[in-house]
Design a protein around this ligand. Structure first.
Ligand SMILES: [Zn+2]
Length: 299
């Protein structure tokens, strides 16, 4: 993925290895990404017939804040968030033998949607790479081609966001991640290192990176994304989120603002502790958090 590699090494980006908790299957992992909490193993059973997500999450908060969201890809998202997207096209992951059409069904919308200025959040969930894993494993000759297809899609989106920013002068955030990894045999669901380790790359011209500042990707939790997205979009952190704001994403902000963001996360976590751990005592109640107005972000 040469373009992605370029962004990771030289661009305004922050890379992480995000640990997904088992079961490493799609529905509970999307829930973890959007709620920041850890659903139980019961979700494996429900994975094939996902009910709407009722727990507090970033998508519901974004909708309540009037954000316009568009979704294309794995239909699990549409099942979890049936009323949330102003436009969507869900793809079934049932036909695992197909790794071309599932992705073309997502990409076919791209040129049009990127030209439109009427959305705040665009979510794409590609399935092809996962399906290739199931068919012929992580060393399949099909993998390289699929990764280069994904790389060119990332380039298309990034280039479009940059040119949009030149007009609107407001930075976007592009998040590249996987819901789960892939075992040596190309499957997933369990807890091997290959299944739980996923890439998480945050790309935004709001990030300041000095040239040559190459860092080894830090290990974080998949559940850290919810708090980070909430802060980035100016939304309340989902109430059951156990995640920590990914600090590199705010380190370019003024110190006062950084402290404000960390305070929001701390207040939310402490409330969660007080409600769930009877033995947890705190000297005084934290001051109610007010969220600062933050810049509109897309992607
Ligand atoms: Zn799969």
């Amino acid at each position: 993925m040469p373009y992605t590699t370029y962004l990771v090494e030289k661009g305004a980006s922050h890379s992480f290895v995000a640990e997904a908790k088992p079961p490493t299957v799609t529905m509970p992992r999307i829930k973890a990404l959007m709620t920041g909490s850890l659903p139980g193993f019961i979700d494996v059973v429900r994975n094939l017939n996902s009910p709407a997500l009722l727990e507090d999450n970033v998508i519901t908060q974004a909708k309540a804040a009037g954000k316009r969201m568009i979704f294309y890809g794995d239909e699990t998202w549409v099942k979890l968030f049936p009323q949330h997207f102003v436009e969507y096209d869900g793809t079934t992951s049932f036909f695992v033998s197909d790794y071309t059409e599932v992705d073309d069904n997502v990409t076919r919308h791209l040129d049009k949607v990127l030209k439109r200025g009427d959305w705040d959040v665009l979510i794409l969930h590609y399935l092809g790479l996962d399906h290739i894993g199931h068919i012929s494993g992580p060393s399949s000759p099909l993998i390289g081609h699929k990764l280069s297809e994904m790389d060119s899609i990332l380039m298309k989106i990034h280039t479009s966001l940059l040119s949009e920013e030149r007009e609107n002068l407001s930075p976007n955030l592009l998040v590249l991640c996987g819901d789960h990894g892939m075992s040596e045999t190309g499957s997933h669901g369990a807890s091997s290192m290959e299944e739980v380790n996923t890439p998480l790359i945050l790309i935004s011209s709001a990030f300041e990176r000095k040239p040559g500042d190459i860092r080894r990707p830090k290990h974080v939790q998949q559940t850290d994304l919810a708090a980070t997205l909430a802060i980035g979009l100016g939304l309340p952190i989902p109430e059951n989120s156990v995640g920590s704001l990914l600090f590199p994403s705010i380190e370019g902000r003024p110190v006062r603002e950084q402290l404000r963001f960390l305070h929001l996360n701390a207040v939310q976590l402490s409330k969660l502790l007080q409600e769930n751990v009877p033995s947890y005592k705190k000297g005084s109640n934290p001051a109610p958090a007010q969220h600062p107005a933050s810049t509109e972000q897309q992607g």
